[in-house]
Design a protein around this ligand. Structure first.
Ligand code: AMP
Length: 549
């Protein structure tokens, strides 16, 4: 027997239609590259998205075709998020920090028909002009009078393109499994791999984000996580669904700019990678300013340090929310929802749980397996390869570039090493390729880095495995010190000793001015390994003092 409910597909523009009809007075506030703050409401966004859909058609973008965006978080980027999928095309968000070679690769691989670009990124396209012959147009996200002179032929101004179009457009009734967006992974080796999001996955994840981050209609939401990185964790779509004011920060992600925007727009919820939160903390520390409206801060993309969660909670009265996800999981795969048992166990138990990467979101299944694919007990201690299945998890990469990531029984291997406990809390200990294997035992670089960050002089930390004649690998701790600090080895070692097993202690500590940070805010350990390729651990010729056990 069939259910007798009306059958409406889950389509991206349905979020916008809902916001237009039900949340008509809710604002979208954007810090513009032009320097001012732009405001309008959801019905204005909907109207301009319809104009944009007409413009895309006029430019010759057909159903199933792809349009690239190289843009910050702003209202015009939001319009593209709706217009492209709504007329059957696909948005392809491009990370502006890609190298010229990677940029040319993703534009060609995705077969972008049109690229929408911020004026400041136009030179990136000019530098690869000879590889853009397939494009139908390049559109700069600006007014006609701000259109920069360019060596590229026929560059158009976004506002003129829109102004010529009707605001009448009927969003297409598509199959919900059709493609809506593409984002390429930020892998450090080989070519980037395209993940193709369906309308259905984006809508379901927009709902999951509301649940997982416990958002509500009284929130004012500022996604610092860029819209070119994993759909800004689907947070902008959740705003349309809930009717929350959305604040989009543009290009200025430094602590002072983010703080000013949070205060002036009364932001209650924000989300970003640890690096941006550290920039905000540095600013607050220097100025003595406070966070007077912020209530919740989501940290993701890299492991959050306990000291970061504690600073949010204890110094600023902000609830930290630590979540995990990947390009391949549309947005969050696990969310920081606490169990009643943890809450009743008190503040430190809550903080321990918050240090985990959360628990599986509805629609995602997590499992941890050993080297041969055998199940690993969910005891919170046994670690293995983290695998995921679910409605918002990729089943293959665009044009099938790479199959190794999927198991024969259909699970996606995340490349993360983790534990799960009986209550479903996920704890990441490493990336598989970063794991340090000492005498056959794994040392968690994430835990060691976290322990190092508890030292007051350590501003940033990374641990890499170095070759060792006896133990195969031993950890090297690389730190960036706070300004004015001098490395006190014994004191850092003492801090570590309080937090990790003796045989985990690094064989040496090296100081650098800065860690190499990649396009999505993660420490690039492959570059650190290159940087330290000729380095030899002091213990490499003698036996380390610490014994395993
Ligand atoms: P990306 O596809 O660029 O978003 O990278 C996904 C990877 O980032 C994951 O596989 C993890 O290794 C890492 N990651 C994301 N969130 C977290 C987190 N909360 N803690 C630790 N690592 C994380």
């Amino acid at each position: 027997m069939h259910g007798l409910m009306q059958n409406f597909p889950l389509l991206v523009p349905s979020l916008l239609e809902h916001a237009e009809q039900v949340h008509g007075n809710v604002e979208i506030v954007s810090k513009r590259l032009e320097g001012d703050v732009h405001r309008y409401c959801f019905p204005d966004l909907a109207r301009r998205a319809r104009q944009l859909a007409n413009a895309l058609q006029r430019l010759g973008v057909g159903e199933g075709e792809v349009v690239g965006t190289i843009a910050w978080n702003g209202y015009r980027h939001m319009e593209l998020y709706y217009a492209a999928p709504g007329m059957g095309a696909v948005y392809h968000t491009i990370n502006p920090r890609l190298s010229a070679e990677q940029l040319a690769y993703v534009i060609a691989h995705a077969e972008d028909q049109v690229v929408f670009v911020e004026a400041m990124f136009l030179p990136m396209l000019e530098a690869i002009a000879d590889q853009l012959v397939g494009l139908k147009a390049i559109v700069v996200l600006c007014d006609e009078d701000e259109l920069p002179a360019s060596s590229l032929p026929g560059v158009l101004a976004y506002e003129s393109l829109l102004a010529a179009e009707s605001d009448q457009y009927q969003w297409l009734e598509l199959d919900e499994n059709r493609a809506a967006g593409i984002c390429y992974t930020s892998g450090t080796t080989g070519n980037p791999k395209g993940v193709v999001y369906s309308h259905r996955a984006l809508v379901l994840q927009a709902m999951n984000t509301v649940i997982g981050l416990e958002l509500n209609s009284r929130d004012v939401i500022l996604p610092i996580v860029p819209m070119f990185h994993v759909n800004a964790w689907t947070i902008p779509f959740s705003a349309a669904l809930l009717g929350t004011k959305l604040v989009l920060p543009g290009k200025d992600l430094d602590g002072a700019s983010i703080h000013a925007l949070m205060e002036s727009e009364a932001v209650t919820f924000s989300a970003g990678v640890p690096t941006v939160w550290q920039m905000l903390f540095d600013h607050l520390e220097q100025t003595g300013e406070r966070l007077t409206t912020l209530k919740k801060a989501c940290i993701g993309g890299s492991a959050a340090a306990r000291s970061m969660l504690e600073t949010f909670r204890d110094r600023y009265g902000v609830e930290p929310l630590h979540a995990w996800g990947m390009t391949e999981t549309t947005s969050m795969g696990s969310a920081p929802i606490l169990t009643p048992a943890v809450i009743s166990a008190g503040d430190e138990a809550v903080m321990d749980a918050k240090m985990s990467q959360g628990r599986a979101v509805f629609g995602a299944r997590l499992r941890v397996v050993g080297e041969a694919g055998e199940p690993v007990p969910a005891d919170g201690a046994s670690s293995g390869h983290l695998q995921i299945q679910g409605w918002a998890v990729a089943q293959e990469y665009f044009k099938r570039s790479g199959r190794d990531e999927w198991t024969d029984d259909g699970w996606f291997d995340t490349g993360d090493i983790a534990t799960l406990d009986a209550e479903g809390y996920l704890r990441l200990t490493d990336r598989a390729k970063d794991v340090i294997k000492s005498g056959g035992e794994w040392i968690s670089s994430i835990d060691l880095e976290n322990a190092a960050l508890a030292h007051p002089d350590v501003a940033a930390a990374a641990v890499i495995g170095m070759r060792h004649p006896k133990w195969d690998e031993r950890p090297l701790l690389i730190v960036v010190l706070r300004s004015g600090a001098v490395l006190d080895r014994d004191s850092v070692m003492a801090t570590l000793s309080e937090r990790v097993a003796k045989w985990w202690l690094p064989d040496d500590i090296q100081v650098v001015d800065a860690l190499p940070i990649g396009a999505t805010g993660k420490v690039q350990k492959n570059l650190l390994r290159e940087q330290f390729a000729d380095y030899q651990l002091p213990t490499a010729s003698i036996q380390p003092a610490a014994e395993h056990g």
